[in-house]
Design a protein. Structure first.
Length: 95
């Protein structure tokens, strides 16, 4: 399967920002990570076959560091936006 370009907009909620921030910086560009009251707002471009796989891999890496980390994400590609809360798909819509 061909790798697609996805635009990610995500809210990462965590109790341990100091542990999560370096992991996010390794996974996405530093300029796309903004601190919020609950954790971080992430805006990035990632490449993969499916949004679900990218979402799962991102959350898995974050949860290895802090188990209680939560991820609300929107993955946009080819005119479709797919939404997730943690590992659970919450639907898709035309972008």
């Amino acid at each position: 399967m061909t790798k697609k370009r996805f635009t990610l907009v995500a809210r990462v909620s965590t109790d341990n920002r100091q542990a999560i921030k370096p992991i996010l910086e390794k996974l996405v560009a530093k300029r796309s990570i903004t601190s919020t009251d609950e954790g971080f707002l992430v805006k990035a471009t990632m490449y993969g076959e499916r949004a679900r796989e990218l979402n799962r891999s991102l959350l898995s890496v974050l949860r290895r560091v802090e188990r209680k980390t939560r991820l609300r994400s929107e993955w946009k590609s080819m005119g479709i936006t797919e939404c997730f809360f943690d590992y659970v798909p919450k639907g898709s819509r035309k972008a």
